[in-house]
Design a binder for this molecule. Structure first.
Ligand SMILES: C[S@@+](CC[C@H](N)C(=O)[O-])C[C@H]1O[C@@H](n2cnc3c(N)ncnc32)[C@H](O)[C@@H]1O
Length: 284
């Protein structure tokens, strides 16, 4: 079967199962042949070898069942960097790039170019996409990340190596591992994309391949925000700034949770490219 014939035979099968059937086939074929997309058009009459066709069919059937293309490829691009992904980590989302942008901008404006390296802590690091992107773009900081899932931590560590940055990865519940780490408790930046979907939203079939622990924020979606600010209160932590990724309808409720613990802090809500509230910036 030629490349051209693959497109005409497999496109109709995927048409109603994917929002981007053509692109998916392009990507799977490029992966199968280990060639860039342009090759598919330049050599559209080229026949696939039997073992290539078998490999293509295997990947295609995974996509047909609804598995995200990032898991099939085993990587995802985020903030112009490549990240290994597997079923143990959330696939990095473009909306999260807004969070990374805001933290970088804040550091450029507010962190003086001094000898002191401000600690930046990413909570619930997953693939490590946030903290690694920050480490690539911020010079005068030290980077820490916590994560409850051992398997996710493995992926994050591989990604740090892949992208050539040094991150201190710590296993544990939210901020707990940090408090054992003898850091200053008043002068650091917290960044987090916590699970914030409601349990009902997590049952959306489109999310069935991703880990529940990365998505499920409990009945109202805010379980981890309550717990994080309980910890901030319990450990008497006064961060310089906190950046949280939030759900489109959560800003007001999260502000309430924060105000109880950090009444003097200021808030700013940032929107994503679709115009939805996406990042809550909390500063002293
Ligand atoms: C929404 S995902 C974000 C992953 C990654 N930071 C990103 O933006 O793609 C939330 C992450 O928090 C982790 N997590 C869940 N509960 C946690 C807890 N109690 N303490 C630390 N991490 C937790 C999950 O395993 C998951 O990796």
């Amino acid at each position: 079967m030629t490349i051209k014939q693959i497109f005409s035979e497999y496109f109709p099968k995927l048409k109603h199962k994917s929002l981007s059937p053509f692109l998916d086939i392009e990507i799977i074929l490029s992966k199968t042949l280990n060639k860039p997309k342009e090759y598919l058009y330049e050599y559209s009459e080229k026949k696939l070898l039997t073992k290539q066709l078998t490999f293509f069919k295997k990947l295609f059937s995974r996509r047909l069942k609804g598995e995200p293309i990032a898991y099939i490829l085993g990587y995802k691009e985020f903030y112009n960097l490549n990240f290994k992904v597997n079923k143990n980590v959330l696939i990095p989302r473009p909306e999260t790039e807004v969070l990374v942008d805001k933290v970088i901008k804040y550091c450029q404006e507010k962190i003086p170019n001094s000898q002191f390296q401000i600690p930046i802590i990413d909570i619930g690091t997953g693939s490590g996409c946030i903290i690694i992107s920050l480490a690539k773009n911020i010079k005068n900081a030290k980077f820490f990340a916590t994560e409850i899932s051992v398997n996710a931590l493995k992926v994050a560590k591989q990604n740090a190596k892949l992208n050539n940055v040094k991150i201190n990865f710590l296993k544990g519940n939210l901020l707990e591992p940090i408090t054992n780490y003898k850091l200053l408790i008043t002068n650091y930046i917290i960044v987090a994309n916590l699970p914030y979907l409601t349990t009902k939203e997590v049952n959306n079939p489109i999310l069935k391949y991703e880990p529940k622990v990365a998505l499920d924020g409990g009945q109202g979606g805010l379980k981890y925000f309550y717990e994080l600010f309980d910890q901030i209160e319990k450990f008497a932590i006064e961060p310089k700034a906190i950046f949280l990724e939030i759900g489109y309808n959560q800003a007001a409720r999260i502000k309430k949770i924060v105000k109880k613990v950090l009444p003097e802090y200021k808030f700013e809500v940032k929107k994503d490219l679709s115009g939805f509230d996406r990042v809550l910036k909390i500063t002293k």
